[in-house]
Ligand binder design. Sequence first.
Ligand SMILES: Cc1ncc(COP(=O)(O)O)c(C=O)c1O
Length: 452
Amino acid sequence: MRTDIVHMGAGKLTYEIRNIIRVVEKLQQLGIKVNLENIGDPVAKGEKIPEWMKRIVADLAMQDCSYGYCHTQGILETREFLAAHRNRNGGVHICPNDILFFNGLGEAITKIYGLLRSTARVITPSPTYTTHSSSEAAHAGQAPVTYPLDPQNHWYPDLRELRRSVQYNPSVAGILIINPDNPTGAVYPEEILCEIVAIAREFDLFLIADEIYQNLVYNDQRTKPLADLIGDVPGLAMNGISKELPWPGSRCGWVEIYNADKDPDFFRYVQSIINAKMVEVCSTTLPQRAIPRILEHPEYQAYLGERCRRYERFSNLAYEKLKDIPGIRINRTNGAFYMSVVFETEVLNHRQSLPIHNREARILVEELATDPEMQPDKRFVYHLLASTGICVVPLSSFNTPLQGFRMTLLEPDEAEFRRIMDRLERSIRLYLDSTSCSMGAKGILEIHSTAA
Ligand SMILES: Cc1ncc(COP(=O)(O)O)c(C=O)c1O
């Protein structure tokens, strides 16, 4: 090209959660049965959508007005419904015009960072859901600015570090909170959220809270939405129906805007987000029409409660299964449906392996592992995949220096989930105990274990 056409942030856009699918497809062609524990899509994992919910959608599909464009910010009745719902708790008061619909939060995330001035940064958690960190890094053309979540302390934010980073980095204009969190499954208590709000107030920052998992909380944990605690600090809260209904294929999510009138710069920034949506016309119509009907349905709360109880049971099953393995650290998942496992420092090396009985799969993984840049946790993930068919995501791909992996609690069949956990437990122990390996006489990988 006569002139460079690639955006300076282009290299920052990576999504390992889906990248690994390329390897999965090759292994499936080799006849390996794969358990996909990498993607947070309950429907793809076999969640059954209740009949009453399908009937609502089917009924809307029979109405002509579901096929038209809608208001740029979203259908007014739906925004009225959501604003009334929010205002019931007290906290910050919003009106329908403080709500803006998007084609899924994925779109909201890329717009919200994309429309920030490139020198203004939003500090993101580490580890974090990469759509946030990648989009933020792409807008700035720089590595993400992060604050750590602490695996030694329930994966809560390290508030001292957050404060320090904000104080010494004047380009930080906003703080991102994901609560409940992806990838850690942490749920933040009110005190932690209040401290983050206080930091934002002290340093004149705005807040972004991704609350897409807000109603998927269990194990007797309590948290609050940002709206209840934000006071007069400017902020944006993100919500959607992908995880909760669940209906990820609807591509429907929304942003609530808090205190835009309190700061002229924040007001202009929010206006630019609304204008960007106007240029595009609007977001998906039919799912917006379905939201009040589904959330108000008499069976909705019981259905949601039943799903939370299942995630709670699986969270505890996973925790009990893995908690005593030497060399790893885990926390019980209390919200959303992910669990992150961390390998302790220096327990991983490039000699460890798992037995891979399919010869071609073994060659494939060995070839992949020759990449000198490959993170040790990614090497573990490939071995696990080819050896057991269990597909998880390396933790290092969630923008963290920590090594580990993220799995989901989404398998709907409890017996199958237990089998997955058994295989996972055995494989972690075996991998950490194996220090070298060689090919046996029949081409079967032999593990030389240091274990007693
Ligand atoms: C924290 C978080 N925010 C946003 C999203 C994206 O949601 P949507 O399907 O609305 O794009 C996800 C998807 O996994 C997520 O985990």
